[in-house]
Ligand binder design. Sequence first.
Ligand code: ZN
Length: 166
Amino acid sequence: MTNQNLVVANDMVVQLDYTLTLANGEIYDSSDETGPLEYIQGQGHIISGLEEALYGMAVGDEKDVVVTPDLGYGEYDPEAVQTLPLDVFPPDMELEPGMAIDLYDEDTDEEVEAYVAEVDEDSVVVDFNHPLAGETLNFHVKVVGVRPATDSELDHGHVHSDGHSH
Ligand code: ZN
């Protein structure tokens, strides 16, 4: 019994090389810089449009996958932008456009991730849309590893890399 015939299916740990190109041709992200993406298939850890396209792929298989915003990071919501007074941020925080920040939402009692859109003299424009909201995403993917997740990985809902277990 070897792992030669394993394909991407639910509860498999998948290692994926990918390049993400935006509609304007800009390469947004690539595993060349970070190493392969490693995740458990079927648990919604990656955007649904990409996850759906990977079922049945074997190690070495490559594919181009186009993901529309509804199956990616959602449509851009112009309402999801707020101007906050600068003094709600710690004075030593260096705010720059594009940086991700965690904000506390009193309504839901949860931290939400947002992005700095603009820094003015006494206010900051914060965008709650994902930076890729509204974008059609062009992935080139190559499966570089597939193995069954262990019981504890399934239990924890994340991959335990080599030498790491808890
Ligand atoms: Zn764990």
